[in-house]
Every structure is written in C-alpha cells, then in structure tokens.
Design a protein around this ligand. Structure first.
Ligand SMILES: Nc1ncnc2c1ncn2[C@@H]1O[C@H](COP(=O)(O)OP(=O)(O)OP(=O)(O)O)[C@@H](O)[C@H]1O
Ligand SMILES: [Mg+2]
Length: 644
C-alpha cells in the first residue's frame, strides 16, 4: 500500500500530547476516559489511521460506532487520508458488524446465509402465532409486550433455556415457552430480528471454537466509541472477540451514559480495568469544543452526581459569551422567541445547520416546527419524523378526516382496522370496491357491506361505524374535546400502552398529548368558527404542504439524538420542573442521575452560544399548567449567565 509520507505528520499535527499518546498506544487494552468534546472520537479515528500507517492491515481493524452516521463520518475521514484502503476496515455499529459476519457464517447456526431481517411489525406477527399456538389468552400477554420482554432478555444475554428455568412462575411458564417457540419459528422462517443479530453472533462465537478463533485472529485491533452506552451483550461480544490479541481500545465518558433505559450499563466503563487487567488509562482534559463558561456550567451540573470517575475539563478558547437565560410566559412564547433569535443569528451570518434546538421530549418539536414554518426558516428534525408525520398523529388525523368527510377512502383504509379489531383485508377491499363502483361515501358503502360479513368482523365494523357516527361529523365539538374523546373511545391509548414498549409508548402518548394541546390552542384561536373540524384539517395540511425539503436547516432534536454531535449555537429549551428532569425520574435515584447526565450532554453540545429557555406555563395533554424552573436551571451560578 502506498501511503503518503506526510501521513504521520497529518495524523499528529492537530493532536495534543495526551491525545497523541493515546493514538500511539499499540498493544494491550486501553481506555480513554474523558469528558465531552475532548477529542475522543477524533482520537479513535486517528488511531485507525495510525494503525494502518504502522502496517496493520485495514481488514484486521474493527471500529465500532454508536450510529451509522458516525460510522460514515469516520470512514470518510479515514478515506480522505488513506484512500480506498479505508473501505477494508470494519467500521460500523454493533448491528452492522454482526450482520456482516452472519452473512458469512449464519449457516453454522442452522440459518441460511441469506436470512432475512424482520422489522418489529413482522416479528409481532410471529409472536402472535406463538401465543395462539400456546393458547395464551390476550389478557395474560400480548405480542408487543412479549416482544419487549424477549428483547430485554436478549440484550442481557438470557437464552430461552434460562427463562424456562426461572424461579418466577410467569417467566417460567409463560414468557419462557413464548420466547423459545418464537426463536424456533423465526429460525424456521430463516429470519432474525434486530436483537438476534447480536445474540446470534454471540451464540456463534460461543458454539464454535473454530469460528471464534478465526475472528479473534482476524480482529487484531478493536476500537469502541461511546463505550459508556454499551449493554451487557455488547460488552460480551467485544470481550470474546478481543480475547486473543487483547487489543481492545475503548473511548467513553461515564458522565454521558444516557441509554440505561435501553439496557446500557455504565458498569462496563466503570469496570473496564477489572475486565481488562493491565489496561492503560488515558485521560484527556482539554476540551476543544466549547468556551470555558459553557464548560463551567456543564462541570457544575455533573459534579453533583455521586459515583463518577471525576474529571474537570478546561478549554483554551477563552471564557466566551455568557449563557443567555430567557423566561417566557408560555410555551408558544418560548418557540416564538427561539425562532426570532434564530432569524437574528442567521442575519448575522450563522448558517441554519450551525444551530440546534434541543428538548427533552420528542413532542416538544411541534411548536418549534410551527413557528419555523411560519417564518420560512428551513429546518430538519434529526432522529425522528416531523411532528405531523409521526405515525400516531397520522392515525388520529385519519380518524378526524373520516369524521369530517365520510368519503375519505384513504383515511378509512388507514384506521378501519386500527387499533386491531378483526376487520380483514378482504372485507376492506369489498367496501372500497363498492364505494368506488357506486360513488357512494365509503362509510355508507361500509354500512351496506356490513350485513354480508360474518362473526367478529361484522360486530367490529358495526361498532366502528357507530364510533365514527357518534361524533356527528364533528359538529358542535371543540377540536380539543373531539380528539381527546376519540383517543379514549377508539382505544388508541390502551392500544399504545399495551403494544409498545414502555419508552416508545410514553413518547407516543406525549405526542398525542401535544396534538390535543395543538387542538386546544386552535379552539382558543378560532372561538366562533362555524366548521372547526374542516378548518383544523386545512391548517394541518397547510403545515404539511408548505414544508420545504432541505438538507441545510436548523436542527431540531432530542437530547438523546444529539449525543456525539456539536453545534456553534444551541438552544436548550423547556427547562421546567414538569419537563426536565423528567417527572418520571422522581423518587428513583438512578433515573435522576441519568437525567443529570442528559443535562450534561445537552450543555456540552454547544461550542459558542448557549441559550437556556423555559416557559412559565405549558399545555400538556390539552391542560395548561403553570410550571416552575427546572432544578438544573436553578443550579447554574448567576455569574455564568445573563438574563435576556
Ligand atoms: N487537538 C485538537 N485540536 C483542535 N481541535 C480538536 C482537537 N481535538 C479535538 N478537536 C475538535 O474538538 C471537537 C470535539 O472532538 P470530538 O467530537 O472528537 O470529542 P469527543 O470527546 O468525542 O466528544 P463527545 O464526548 O461529545 O463525543 C471536534 O470539533 C474536534 O475536531
Ligand atoms: Mg465523540
């Protein structure tokens, strides 16, 4: 391989001494434990280049990142220095690496190497089959919940056999058999779910000593970014693969562990030196991202967590500007304020994608989207759909559209069997055909077809038509009330609570709550509207249509999605006692510590200009409540901030 003679110089020219030492480290386990913005990801990338420069074959280097986006960026950087050789290095997420290996080896586990990967929706169908086969009543266990439980078992490395031998009767007699049959059925379909990729890789490595040896030999150097957010299974994979060469190089920050709810365990980083005896520990203390004032603020927040490795960050970038704090009367005012400020910053020359608006819950994006649309400022929602395009919102809007317009076939098709009520595709097709052929409204066509249906489908269709009819076209309803009642009567809330895993359900319900708040705000805005339901739908559609497609836009994102990223300007919003720290963390010390780490992650995304905002009242689920300042906001010393 011909490498540029300047490569060494290029690699080290912009690294400090501590960073260079970490990059130069060759053999033996090592941990880079350092705070946000200290160059951990940069060190990891530089080390891959350095290894290649030292003559290590790229195909024997395994670098694991947290997101595909991070993997692409890393590959890009390495390619810019090493050329196409970069393509041979194994750079990717745990899942993408596992997939790549299993495509070669899955036949050793009884799969075809051309196995398919099932989306959660497909897996649910398989679990449903199992539940029926085992004669388990839906009151005892439904498929989504079962799948959630199975997933957490997989990620904590528990096999079906473990659960079949569990002490607790529910686990032993219900979950265990479902888990076991599910795995058997999936395997007979030559299918894996997302978790199976990791589980099967682990199985492969523990079942077959030859294969284990092959990959242990192959991966002479293993590097892992964001090590603090690995779970038990991921830890064991790295441990198994790194066993022979023992060249495991992990970088992370115990203060940024924020995925505990997904099974990540901070113990992995805290116990690194026990897992890998003789590990060399590198600390990076200089932060290159943020001005000192921002760091002081971050240090102050995180210092209150017990059980830390403990580190102080300093920056050479100077004190920089003070942190701007703004208190607004309402959440609408907050969004309007942020968007105004954005406009001013852009007028001063900041590009939209240099700016991020962060919030604790996904539902908070709605107001920002509304005001950004109005101001014609391009934006993108990172790591999620735009508010109005989220599934639960689209489902409810389909109901509202059908209530308003009995001819809306598209809406009918979307929700006639949502939540699942046993109206099959054939029945729906029949109804739609009648509606199309005769030109009658689809709801009338449904009423006409109904007597032809049998059993459950007929009863369900009747109930569905009654439900839609009970809203009387939406007349005499305030929109907030209509949606509130609809969510309850249609069983949407119950469906979400029982089908989605706890965190996802929470987020969906928050989005629905936000929709109710939007509807309530609409009612207040148009108190004497004749046909509110039409007007409401028009406004919503307007929002959807005028949306500009853009790649350079202001970034809207939850704090979780912001991990590892940086922006010159950050607005950290919704700093209220009802929002952040999450009220759900109340009374749970571990959850509260995690909220604090989230706050630390949020602050440390910022390079130059940090704005902290809060509203004194916010409408949650259609009810306007007054809220006090977030405890985190109150902890920030006055001398770091300026009130706007
Ligand atoms: N020695 C250096 N000289 C100049 N800039 C640097 C240096 N080291 C890192 N940087 C820059 O500092 C910023 C933060 O680096 P990086 O993202 O690697 O930090 P990190 O420790 O991975 O942060 P996080 O904990 O948030 O993931 C980046 O813009 C990076 O390019
Ligand atoms: Mg990083």
């Amino acid at each position: 391989m011909s490498l540029s003679p300047d490569l060494l110089q290029t690699i080290f020219s912009d690294l400090n001494t501590q960073q260079s030492e970490a990059v130069r480290h060759m053999d033996g386990p090592a941990l880079v434990l350092a705070g946000a913005g200290s160059g951990k990801t940069r060190v990891l990338t530089a080390r891959v280049m350095h290894l290649v420069q030292q003559g290590i074959a790229p195909w024997s280097i395994l670098a694991v990142t947290f997101t595909n986006k991070a993997a692409n960026e890393m590959r890009q950087r390495i390619r810019s220095q090493l050329g196409p050789a970069a393509n041979d290095a194994w750079i990717g997420t745990f899942h993408s690496i596992a997939l790549r290996i299993l495509r070669i080896e899955a036949h050793h586990l009884g799969y075809g190497n051309d196995f398919v990967i099932y989306e959660p929706a497909e897996s649910v169908k398989v679990v449903n089959k199992v539940i029926r086969k085992l004669n388990i009543s839906s009151d005892t266990l439904n498929a989504k919940r079962a799948l959630g439980i199975i997933s957490s078992y997989k990620n904590s490395n528990h096999s079906p056999q473990d659960i079949l031998a569990d002490d607790a009767p529910f686990e032993r007699e219900v979950i265990g058999p479902v888990y076991q049959h599910y795995q058997e059925l999936m395997s007979s379909f030559n299918a894996m779910d997302f978790d199976d990729l990791l589980v099967n890789l682990k199985r492969l490595l523990s079942l077959d000593a030859e294969i284990l040896a092959k990959y242990q030999q192959r991966f002479s150097y293993i590097l892992v970014d964001e090590y603090q957010d690995t779970n038990l299974l991921q830890f064991e994979l790295i441990y198994a693969l790194g066993r022979q060469h023992r060249n495991v190089f992990a970088v992370g920050d115990d203060d940024q562990s924020i995925y505990r709810f997904r099974g990540a365990t901070i113990e992995n980083i805290l116990n690194f030196e026990q897992h890998y005896p003789q590990a060399v520990l590198f600390k990076l203390e200089q932060n290159y991202r943020s001005h000192q004032t921002i760091l002081d603020c971050a240090n102050r927040i995180i210092s209150k967590n017990p059980r830390r490795h403990g580190k102080q960050l300093f920056s050479d970038l100077g004190a920089g500007e003070k942190i701007a704090v703004k208190v607004l009367p309402s959440a609408e005012d907050e969004a309007s304020f942020v968007v105004n400020q954005l406009g001013e910053l852009m007028a001063k020359g900041f590009r939209p994608n240099e700016i991020a608006v962060l919030y604790r819950t996904n539902a908070q994006s709605r107001l920002f989207e509304t005001f950004l649309l109005r101001s014609n400022i391009p934006y993108r929602v990172v790591g999620s759909f735009e508010f109005w395009k989220r599934r639960e919102i689209q489902d409810i809007l389909a109901y509202v559209s059908l209530i308003a317009n009995p001819r809306n076939i598209q809406a009918f098709e979307r929700i006639v069997n949502y939540p699942l009520r046993g109206i099959g595709a054939t029945s729906v097709e029949k109804i739609v055909t009648v509606a199309m052929d005769t030109g009658m409204p689809v709801l009338e066509a449904a009423a006409m077809v109904e007597p032809d249906l049998r059993g459950k489908a007929r009863k369900s269709l009747q109930a569905f038509l009654e439900l839609i009819g009970s809203f009387n076209g939406g007349q005499d309803y305030l929109m907030g009330d209509l949606i509130h009642e609809l969510v309850r009567k249609a069983g949407i809330e119950r469906d979400i609570r029982t089908r989605d895993d706890e965190n996802q359900a929470q987020s969906r319900l928050e989005n629905i709550g936000e929709l109710i708040s939007a509807a309530t705000a609409f009612d207040e805005k148009y108190p004497s509207e004749q046909a509110p339901i039409q007007r409401f739908l028009e406004e919503v559609n307007l929002g959807l249509e005028t949306r500009q497609q853009t790649t350079d836009g202001v970034n809207l994102l939850t704090i979780h999605s912001a991990k590892g990223l940086e922006f010159p300007v950050v607005f950290l919003t919704g700093l209220e006692n009802t929002v952040f720290p999450s009220p759900m963390s109340m009374g749970n010390q571990f959850a509260q510590e995690e909220e604090r780490r989230l706050m630390y992650v949020a602050i440390t995304r910022c390079q130059e200009k940090l704005y902290l905002t809060r509203a004194q009242s916010r409408t949650l689920f259609g009810k306007t409540a007054f809220c006090g300042a977030s405890a985190f906001l109150r902890e920030i010393p006055d001398d770091l901030t300026v009130k706007l």
